[in-house]
Design a protein around this ligand. Structure first.
Ligand code: ZN
Ligand code: ZN
Ligand code: ZN
Length: 198
């Protein structure tokens, strides 16, 4: 499976629900570890071409090859990207953002542990992926990783659905029960409150 194929078939509104290939491995990217080559330097850059975290020294080589490199910033001991860097590349409006020294940032990695904490408190939402308490009720995800994970799951169940459909069509008496169960999973149970569009 290649990411390009998925990018090609989708269009229009669908586009924002597509995870760019360079964000797919984001869960396993270790930012702020020390560089293996330059042991005193932290890896606070992410190359979108090589899909690796790297330090400032390593970055110069990627710059020479004209790779697109993003800088990560520490927020609350977590790695984050600036919204202004991510915005042109991906729809991140449903990811919770924070103010860091006047810049809006979104946290890169999952913040919650999958356990709901906010029973009874209605104003703030929870991350749809990991149940982390969100400051802003108009957002759905606590982090880039959570949105990536959620969309990939959706995509997966969608393609499995299509696969099942294809099978059912060719065999014509395929079991349709599994198709329905996927559909159920892919759909959101309840819509969180959203801020009015403007
Ligand atoms: Zn690179
Ligand atoms: Zn390095
Ligand atoms: Zn989350």
């Amino acid at each position: 499976m290649t990411g390009k194929d998925i990018m090609m078939v989708s269009s229009g509104d669908d586009q924002k629900n597509v995870v760019p290939p360079w964000l797919r491995p984001i869960a396993s990217i270790k930012l702020y570890d020390f560089c293996e080559t330059h042991s005193s330097k932290e890896c606070n850059f992410y190359c979108r071409v090589c899909m690796v975290a790297m330090c400032k020294e390593c970055k110069t080589q990627h710059d020479l090859s004209k790779h697109e490199v993003m800088k990560a910033y520490k927020f609350d001991r977590a790695a984050s990207f600036r919204m202004k860097d991510l915005e042109p590349l991906w729809d991140i409006y449903d990811i919770c953002s924070y103010n860091k020294n006047g810049w809006l940032v979104v946290v890169i990695h999952k913040r919650g542990d999958g356990i709901a904490h906010s029973h009874g408190q209605s104003d703030a939402g929870e991350c749809e992926c990991c149940q982390y308490r969100l400051k802003s009720p108009s957002t759905k995800y606590c982090s880039v990783e959570c949105k990536v994970e959620a969309l990939m799951k959706m995509k997966e169940s969608e393609s499995m659905k299509n696969e099942a459909k294809r099978k059912a069509e060719t065999i014509s008496e395929g079991s349709s029960s599994s198709v329905h169960s996927f559909r159920k999973r892919a759909r959101k149970q309840k819509n969180p409150q959203r801020a009015p569009l403007y």
